[in-house]
Design a protein around this ligand. Sequence first.
Ligand code: C2O
Ligand code: CU
Ligand code: CU
Length: 509
Amino acid sequence: MATRRRPLVRLLLGVLAVALVLCCGGVAAGAWAFTRSGTDTVGQVDFVRPLAVPPLAPSRIDKQGRRVFDLLARDGRRDFRGDGRTTRTAGFDGDYLGPTLRAKRGEQVAVNVVNRVGEETSVHWHGMHLPARMDGGPHQMVRPGATWSPTWTVNQPAATLWYHPHVHGKTEEHVYRGLAGMFLLDDEREAALPLPRDYGVDDVPVIVQDRSFSRSGQFTKTRNSISSIGVLGDTLLVNGTVGPYLDVRTERIRLRLLNASTARIYDFGLSDGRPFDMIASDGGLLPRTARLDTVRLSPGERAEIVVTVRPGERVTLRSIDPDLEAGALADRFAGGRDRFDVLQLRAAGTLAPAPEVPADLVPSDRLAPATAAVTRRLEFQGRGVNGRSMRMDRIDFAATRDTTEVWEVENTDGTPHNFHVHDVQFQVLSVDGAAPPPELAGWKDTVYLAPQRPVRIALRFTDHSDPNVPYMYHCHLLWHEDNGMMGQFVVVEPGQAPGRPPTGHAGHD
Ligand code: C2O
Ligand code: CU
Ligand code: CU
């Protein structure tokens, strides 16, 4: 028996040892993942390249008085880091990103979008108030080689908007390759204020994206296996520039910050902790200038900030570890402990004087939530909203033209999400029951959703009714959007029933 037992004991011991090794290995791997999961580039970025400023897109006025732009989506290649390794990219009118479109309130615009990327894509005008069939969402796909020419009249305040593809299930991929750009709107109210507005000089787009590169220089999309946030890159591109600096020649500089990353959330501030003046959020100027140390931007959000510099100094725009309010573990794996040096500002020895930023910007016309026609609740969880994943052929609800609605939006997951809605800009009524902070006091189209912290918003649906063509609402963490965390609504006339989304080549479902 003894001789027979010994191998058994040995076997048991062996199993135990293997289990121990596996277990310790697991712990070690976990610890490795824990330490490796963070990215910190503070103090490690060589600011050796001048910041690329996207050119202003040329336009012409046609016979009908419309301002007409041309936009060509195409494949490209770029050596981002100057080491000879070229990355396969895509861009509008160029290799990466696209030109800045610019129009005035009241103008009718038309854009001829030509698709040369070899597969279906679309161009969505993020933040724009326009008819649903011009919106460029997943129902307005442009086939390879085809041209799509949406037209609409700009009727909303001056703002920093942007454009990007919105392909059902493939938005992340198309944006990641480089298809995105800014769309600036101007109006008289903004023009009357003493603000920096010389494009590319003291009024500069800052499009922030995180990427990772493979050995051969290609963009890699490695998803963190612990957090389901999507792709977090370790290298920042600002307007497509790695390690950018900007020469500043005026006492004050206006930076139009756009988080065009697919998943990463930033908390932007200045390297010496000096405060800046935030003057605008997604949908335009704030009622009052907000003096802030940092501003958090989740994917899709914008903030216009004015930074005051002293002659000859260097100060860095930085992203400090953003408070994701998702709990220590989720925060860590979702990028909540990451820090980045973003853009170095190099002030000239003598600076042209610039007036102080006014405290009051635009009159605040608050929507009246008390008169809301409907209150809706939207829960973001798993792969859907209110337990349902996006379907191209299902309209989730209809809003009536000329009514105000209140939406209570809540992230009931453990992971970060955000909320974006097409067609209208909204006002934040409360965040987790409290009055919104100053940076959320103006018009918004995208807002961060920390887990278990409901955000109440008011929206007013004016003009552009169409019972058949839906607008989208979704999480703007693009991997989540692609996986179904999106829904569709239509704007109808009073008493009108919602119709059916058009079918046809747009069928992806
Ligand atoms: Cu920026 Cu539905 O998109
Ligand atoms: Cu949008
Ligand atoms: Cu999400």
